[in-house]
Design a protein around this ligand. Structure first.
Ligand code: NDP
Ligand code: 2IT
Length: 448
């Protein structure tokens, strides 16, 4: 879909000039602008207030050196990032990604999307994202700890429980958050809810570990229900085998589906009997091994090198839960050809624009990342509430709130799409609903 609105075309031109060499960021902005065309026409007041020009420029970008000493006594240097994107509706909130592919363009695309996602959650959280090009794979516990401590030794001066609250993302789980929290507390001499995804013994929320994957299934269930369908008896393919993929597998299975495939960045496993999740959890969460080890104990399962091939497995529902742009046009066409009727995104921006075009033109139900994976950050918001109140809710209480939030997110997307004459286009609905709340707040707060 090409942009037609002159004003949005000109703002996008400026964004492209200012952010040359950052294709993922341009991709994320372009998608939102395409959805905002009807809003811009209906809301000249927001254009007048310069909301869109302000929204695409991060409020603050921090880039810093992260030196640490490896197990051989050698100094290593990584680059650290925190992009504080938008604080119109609450403190900056968003994860920290540790992966060798991280550069400012990745952090900006994630931070930009986080603004709309957090707005959809109904909770008061602004948008931010951070991370480093550090590669946690193959590092010892000591190396991970020294990296996390060095990272926080700079980051601590920029964050705080009422200012900016980081959390996990790719490569950052409970272990890394623990080390970062310890270092923050030591430097500030304050025990506060400055990070989410903490361990359960020091302020973490029950159900935060499960929240993104569970939330993805709750959102998808709402989307299926609204279209006369369900998970019951369906075959599901899930990419990735990290935090989001594991708990999406658990919930989809509980809801009556059979998950037949998972992957990592080396390859994918296909188990026609349905994935044995206890085995995957042991391999990935405890032993930190590769997914191919699964076939050693499951003779019926097949491992194939390369991650793209996972989308050639016939399925009813696809849940991409690994990384950005993992489904291209060709993979989307394969999904359609094999009878897939719904794609719902656990990962951030896992579908290329051409793949989304294939979903929409073939009438697939499409749950966009900003809405579908918002359960993680929503539960981070619930962790912040518990920390502020200095109490903790039960798993059942948090899970019930998460279900309520995911239902409300689906409703917002559905209603916004209908209101703007785009019924069934939940991507447009998510972008519009997420935008409007932030835009109203920015307008009300004046030119800041
Ligand atoms: P994890 O680090 O726990 O797992 C990531 C998984 O994705 C691993 O299986 C990893 O394989 C795979 N992966 C990562 N990069 C690539 C790549 N370039 N190509 C192929 N596979 C890749 O991360 P999460 O599960 O937390 O995150 C997964 C996705 O979900 C990300 O897009 C993240 O932004 C998004 N997300 C996460 C949330 C959370 O709460 N954790 C919330 C909302 C969204 P390997 O081990 O080989 O690297
Ligand atoms: O992409 C995301 O929403 C996350 N990685 C979770 C962020 C958070 O603050 O919990």
């Amino acid at each position: 879909m090409a942009l037609k609105n002159e004003y949005l075309i000109s703002v996008l031109e400026t964004v492209k000039k200012r952010n040359a060499g950052e294709p993922e960021f341009i991709q994320a902005v372009t998608e939102v602008f395409e959805s905002l065309e009807p809003v811009v026409e209906r809301r000249p007041d927001l254009v007048e207030a310069g909301v869109i020009e302000r929204l695409v420029e991060p409020e603050r970008q921090i880039i810093f050196r992260v030196p640490w000493v490896d197990d051989n006594g050698k100094t290593q240097v990584n680059r650290g990032f925190r992009v504080q994107y938008n604080s119109a509706i609450g403190p900056y909130k968003g994860g920290l990604r540790l992966h060798p592919s991280v550069y400012i363009g990745i952090i900006k695309f994630l931070g930009f999307e986080q603004i709309f996602k957090n707005s959809l959650t109904t909770l008061p959280m602004g948008g931010g994202k951070g991370g480093s090009d550090f590669d946690p794979k193959g590092k010892s516990d000591g190396e991970i700890m020294r990296f996390c401590q060095s990272f926080m030794t700079e980051l601590f001066r920029h964050i705080g429980p009422d200012c900016d609250v980081p959390a996990g993302d790719i490569g950052t789980g409970a272990r890394e958050i623990g080390y970062m929290f310890g270092q923050y507390k030591r430097l500030k001499n304050e025990f506060t809810g400055v990070l989410t995804g903490k361990g359960l013994t020091f302020g973490g929320s029950l159900a935060r570990t499960e929240a993104t994957g569970f939330g993805l299934c709750y959102f998808t269930q709402e989307m299926l229900k609204a279209n006369g369908k369900s998970f019951e008896g369906k075959t599901v393919v899930i990419s990735g085998s990290g935090n989001v993929a594991i708990y999406a597998t658990k919930k989809a299975t509980e809801l009556g589906a059979k998950v037949v495939a998972l992957s990592d960045s080396n390859g994918y496993i296909y188990d026609k009997n349905g994935i044995d999740l206890d085995c995957v959890k042991q391999l990935k969460e405890v032993e930190r091994k590769r997914i191919k080890e699964y076939v050693a104990t499951h003779p019926d399962a097949v491992y194939t090198e390369g991650c793209k091939g996972i989308w050639s497995i016939p399925c009813d529902i696809a849940l991409p839960c690994a990384t950005q742009n993992e489904i291209d046009k060709e993979s989307a066409e394969l999904l359609v050809k094999n009878g897939c009727f719904a794609v719902s995104e656990g990962a951030n921006m896992p579908s290329t624009p051409e793949a989304i075009e294939v979903y929409l033109s073939n009438g697939l139900l499409y749950g966009p990342a900003k809405a579908a994976n918002a359960g993680g950050v929503a539960t981070s918001g619930l962790e912040m509430s518990q920390n502020s109140a200095r109490l903790s809710w039960t798993f059942e209480e948090v899970d019930a709130k998460l279900q309520g939030i995911m239902k409300s997110i689906f409703k917002s997307c559905d209603e916004a799409a209908k209101e703007y004459g785009l019924e069934g286009n939940y991507m447009a609905g998510a972008n519009i609903a997420g935008f409007l709340k932030v835009a109203e707040a920015m307008k009300a707060q004046g030119c800041v």
